[in-house]
Ligand binder design. Structure first.
Ligand code: 5RP
Length: 223
């Protein structure tokens, strides 16, 4: 099975977690795109979605799924999103698609985080995938030095040779060389640094369930 097929498999499997009559939280990325396509087949059973990015909003709307502003809805029953890495306790690295800040906001507003991922994303310890960190541009170099002081190498993410600008008008640093043995502490610490908008470690908003696409089918991990 190709990686694309594994993504489609978990995107489809996530439909079982969508609560009829309730708004669903929708993440961002190629795996979530498969979920959005599957969601379109049951769209009449839900009022709509709260989205974590401009890209997901456009895809949802194109498929006729209404998109609500997070401020106009209360608690969301489930949030469905992918991950760049997930460990055996449900902690994740996210932000490969630069949507980490809105992803964390919608995840925090939701009762349960259902992670959908192919099996390549399951790791023993977080940190092989460079940790995305959304920063206020004027703080970039200072935050890069702070990561250097803790043994990491951070660089500004580029797009077409220029710093990538997020949906929130900020920049992304990708930080490699970190060993994240205490994800909760790491997330809390880095979030305190001046100029950091969001760190892409999701330990405070970790997954409740992970639907893992494997060559032998969907494996469900509950945390
Ligand atoms: C976007 C994310 C994505 O969930 C993550 O990058 C996984 O993406 P994909 O499903 O394309 O592998 O955090 O900011």
């Amino acid at each position: 099975m190709t990686q694309d097929e594994l993504k489609a498999l978990v995107g489809q499997a996530a439909l079982q977690y969508v609560v009829g009559g309730e708004i669903v939280g929708v993440g961002t990325g190629s795996t979530v795109n498969k979920f959005i396509d599957a969601l379109a087949t049951i769209k009449s059973s839900i009022p709509g979605a709260v989205s974590s990015s401009v890209a997901s909003t456009e895809r949802l709307k194109a498929l006729g799924i209404p998109v609500f502003d997070a401020n106009d809805v209360g608690e969301i029953a489930v949030y469905i999103d992918g991950a760049d890495e997930i460990d055996a306790r449900g902690n994740m690295i996210k932000g490969g698609g630069a949507a980490l800040t809105r992803e964390k906001i919608v995840a925090a507003q939701s009762r349960r985080f259902i992670c959908i991922a192919d099996e390549s994303k399951l790791v023993e310890a977080l940190g092989r995938f460079p940790v995305p960190v959304e920063v206020i541009p004027m703080a970039s170099q200072r935050v890069i030095r702070q990561f250097q002081a803790m043994g990491g190498q951070a660089r500004v993410r580029l797009k077409d040779g220029q710093p990538l600008v997020t949906d929130n008008g900020q920049h992304i640093l990708d930080v490699s060389g970190l060993s994240i043995t205490e994800p909760l502490q790491f997330e809390s610490d880095v979030n305190q640094w001046p100029g950091v908008v969001t760190v892409g470690v999701f330990a405070h908003q970790k997954a409740a369930v992970c639907l893992l696409g494997t060559t032998s089918g969907v494996k469900t991990l509950a945390f």
